[in-house]
Design a protein around this ligand. Structure first.
Ligand code: ZN
Length: 289
């Protein structure tokens, strides 16, 4: 009995703390969340656990992330509640080529005819439906392969209807992990927006002697340099948990200063994630000797 309790406890621990280790992830990935305007023409249209952003312009809209296939109807409903249409999506972008951010891309392309733009190093993963991912190539993590229409390179701009986003290569979590930046103007003030791709070292990631991804640690180092160099007022990311989305949404509802303008929160987040990386790297270097 004690053994069973122990097994259940371990299972529970894995389910609670290692959400990225299973294709279904955590239950909040598919839990609806009220859509809302973050600032200017930038809107949150994601679920509770998976972040999606809509950038609305006079010439159609840009959508960041397609999530799990199961999330596509949620995204469509969120966009609809804000008075926009999924069908008006002209450009589809992603944070990085993991199924929780890109498995719904084939469906969204089919529904909208959007131009799919992906960072070069993530393109083979997207176009193979996850098969060439260095960590998650097992069948349960695969999804419909999706043709990329424009291959992006570090520093490339994506423009539509007067809005410009810049794609910053922030690799490590995936080889083409992308942090998006843009400027939004709201109530006469212009904000620098940063949408972090992912700074996480997932469970099982091999940072030393990784045969499939030898430069993984150097790539993470590059990411810290890039993230620390980006001017940030409005701090966002691929999961709401990065930037305290739920708490900030509640504050937004109560009025006052825009809680998503959080430059200190951004700096703290990057510092903390870099520390976590250094601890894990040191641990792996020690045990690999
Ligand atoms: Zn990921």
């Amino acid at each position: 009995m004690r053994q069973i309790t122990a097994i259940v406890s371990v299972g529970l621990f894995v389910a609670l703390f290692l959400p990225n280790a299973s294709p279904q992830g955590s239950p909040d990935w598919t839990e609806p969340f009220p859509p809302f305007r973050i600032a200017g023409n930038l809107y949150y249209v994601g679920s509770k656990g998976l972040a999606n952003y809509l950038i609305a312009t006079q010439q159609g809209n840009i959508l960041i992330n397609s999530d799990l296939e199961a999330n596509v109807p949620l995204i469509e409903a969120s966009i609809g509640k804000l008075g926009f249409k999924l069908a008006d999506t002209k450009i589809l972008l992603i944070s990085h080529a993991h199924w929780d951010h890109d498995a719904g891309s084939a469906k969204i392309k089919e529904l909208t005819g959007a131009t799919y733009m992906v960072m070069n190093a993530d393109v083979p993963v997207v176009e193979s439906g996850g098969k060439t991912d260095f960590q998650y190539s097992r069948p349960e993590f695969l999804y419909p392969p999706t043709k990329v229409d424009r291959v992006l390179h570090d520093g490339d701009e994506v423009r539509l209807g007067g809005t410009a986003l810049v794609a910053h290569l922030t690799p490590g979590h995936t080889k083409g992990c992308t942090t998006w930046t843009m400027k939004v103007t709201d109530a006469g003030r212009t904000y620098n927006v940063v949408i972090v791709g992912s700074p996480n070292v997932n469970p099982g990631y091999q940072l030393v002697h990784n045969q499939i991804y030898p430069q993984i640690a150097e790539d993470y180092e590059r990411m810290w340099r890039v993230l620390k160099s980006l001017p940030c007022d409005i701090f966002l990311g691929a999961h709401g948990g990065y930037f305290g989305m739920e708490e900030k949404y509640a504050l937004l509802k109560s009025g006052g200063v825009n809680p998503f303008a959080d430059p200190d929160g951004y700096k703290k987040f990057v510092t903390q994630k870099e520390q976590e990386f250094r601890v894990e790297l040191a641990k792996q270097q020690l045990t690999s000797k």
